[in-house]
Every structure is written in structure tokens, then in C-alpha cells.
Design a protein around this ligand. Structure first.
Ligand code: SF4
Length: 269
């Protein structure tokens, strides 16, 4: 419950409905707990943040580029191969102003918002727009389940398309494909041959490679299940490479460079 300085609760006056009743006699109130004297009043926009760190981009055409990562808490999806399920719930609520100060302090001109699903928090659009206006290069990696149109025009969208093997194909928001811009990228995580053929058909039918900077095909890694996700057997990079070459597909195969540099279970890299 939020109580403001005027004694209102969530916009409703606590004295509402008293009509013509006489006022209560004055009662001197002595708070027993010091915190009761200073209830915080804030309309400051906040974000729930899992982690903020400086690392090497491991994926997309930006692989190898040093950047700051802002990982936001929460995701409405549960992909079988998810490797960041720790971000579903863990996090700290931060004012956007404080978050942006942390980002600026790294002295790095490129920032990626990731998750979880960063766009599930509406204030992410505000934070990204502020950084764009300050001259940062801003990327966002999104599940493809949320409308990407509110992104600042300068934001580079790495848009996942969920395959049947992810377990979340029904969450794709297909309208997002009509909003692709030349600097955006589309990413498919492929779990098996059936996923590959599904992605190939969509790619060629929609000519996605002509509508964005790159279409990324990524072999799903082996992932153990947990309380939130089912887990995934994984697909070999070599199998995916041979299929792409045989079909002459206009895509870019990618791995996860950060998991080569650091142990795959390391967080904050
Ligand atoms: S979209 Fe899927 S892979 Fe990405 S954070 Fe959510 S559950 Fe994990």
C-alpha cells in the first residue's frame, strides 16, 4: 500500500466518506518506530535489475565487442534451453537514475539490455531512450513476445523467434517482424532438425535476411532442467553448419563467445 504525505492512500483520501461528521478530537501521536516518521514518497521510475556488468559480447554480429550489460529481472517465457533462469526472480529494484549512473561509470559507449525479457518492464524503454539520447549505442535482446515498436529509433533490436523446440513457439508476436529495421537482427535458437526446417521455411518465405542486418542461427546448447525449465539435449554446431551449407542459406551461424572465454556457468560475463 502506498501512502503519500497528505495522508492519501493510493490516491484516495483517508478522510473520504466522513460526510458532515464532526472532526475527531486532536490526539497526539508519538511514533514508536523512527521509520514511521519518514514514509518514502516516490514516483521515480524504477527497474528490477538482476545484474549490471562489463564484458565481451558473445553473440550476434556484435560478438567480440566490449559492452555493458544490463540484465533485467523476469521473463514471461520458459524456453526449454534457457541459461538465465536465475534472472526469472532474482533482482533489486533500482531507480532508473541510479542504474544509468552505474552504466555511465563503466566508461563504455555500448550497452545491451538483456534478461530475462527486458521489455517486460515498461520502464526499460525509458532507460534505453535516455542512453540513446546521450549518445550511447544501445542494443536489446528480446524474446520476440513483446511489442518492440516503443523502442527508441536508435535502439538495435536483436529479436528472437521462438522455434517449436523452445516450447514457446505460441508466444511469438509475429507483428514484430513487420517492424524490422536495417540495423536489427533476428535470432533463431535451433534445437533439432525439425526446428531447422521450420526456421528455414520462415526465413525464406518472409525473406527475413533482406529486412534486417543479419539472421542468426544458433545451435541450442545442452541445458539441464530445473524447477522452471524442462532442459534441452542440445544440437551440435557441426550439424547446424552442414545443414546451412547444404541449403545455401543466407544466414549467419553463431556461437556464444563468452562461454568460450569464461566457464559456461560463470555469471556476470
Ligand atoms: S525468452 Fe526464453 S531464453 Fe530468454 S530469458 Fe526468457 S525463458 Fe530464457
Amino acid at each position: 500500500m502506498r501512502i503519500d504525505r497528505r495522508g492519501s492512500r493510493d490516491g484516495l483520501s483517508l478522510s473520504a466518506g466522513r460526510g458532515n461528521l464532526p472532526p475527531h478530537p486532536t490526539v497526539k501521536f508519538t511514533p514508536k518506530h523512527p521509520r514511521m516518521t519518514s514514509l518514502p514518497v516516490t514516483t521515480e521510475p524504477t527497474l528490477r535489475v538482476n545484474e549490471v556488468f562489463h564484458s565481451i559480447q558473445g553473440e550476434s554480429t556484435w560478438a567480440g565487442v566490449p559492452m555493458v550489460f544490463v540484465r533485467l529481472t523476469g521473463c514471461p517465457l520458459r524456453c526449454h534451453y534457457c541459461d538465465t533462469s536465475y534472472a526469472f526472480r532474482e533482482g533489486t529494484t533500482m531507480p532508473i537514475a541510479a542504474l544509468l549512473e552505474r552504466v555511465r561509470a563503466f566508461g563504455c559507449p555500448t550497452v545491451e539490455f538483456t534478461g530475462g525479457e527486458p521489455l517486460a518492464q515498461r520502464n526499460a524503454f525509458l532507460a534505453m531512450a535516455t542512453l540513446c539520447d546521450e549518445g550511447f549505442t544501445v542494443l536489446v535482446e528480446t524474446s520476440g513476445s513483446i511489442d518492440i515498436r516503443p523502442c527508441h529509433p536508435a535502439v538495435i533490436r536483436i529479436l528472437d523467434v521462438k522455434t517449436p523446440g523452445s516450447g514457446e513457439v505460441d508466444r511469438n508476436r509475429w507483428d514484430n517482424l513487420t517492424d524490422l529495421r536495417p540495423r536489427d537482427e533476428v535470432k533463431f535458437v535451433i534445437t533439432d532438425r525439425a526446428d531447422y526446417e521450420w526456421a528455414r521455411e520462415l526465413l525464406l518465405r518472409e525473406r527475413l535476411h533482406e529486412r534486417c542486418n543479419a539472421v542468426l542461427f544458433s545451435a541450442a546448447h545442452r541445458q539441464a532442467g530445473d524447477a522452471d525449465i524442462q532442459g534441452c539435449e542440445g544440437l551440435s554446431h557441426r550439424s547446424l553448419a552442414e545443414w546451412i551449407l547444404a541449403d545455401r542459406l543466407p544466414v549467419r551461424q553463431q556461437g556464444q563467445l563468452h562461454k568460450v572465454i569464461w566457464d559456461p556457468s560463470t555469471r556476470g560475463v
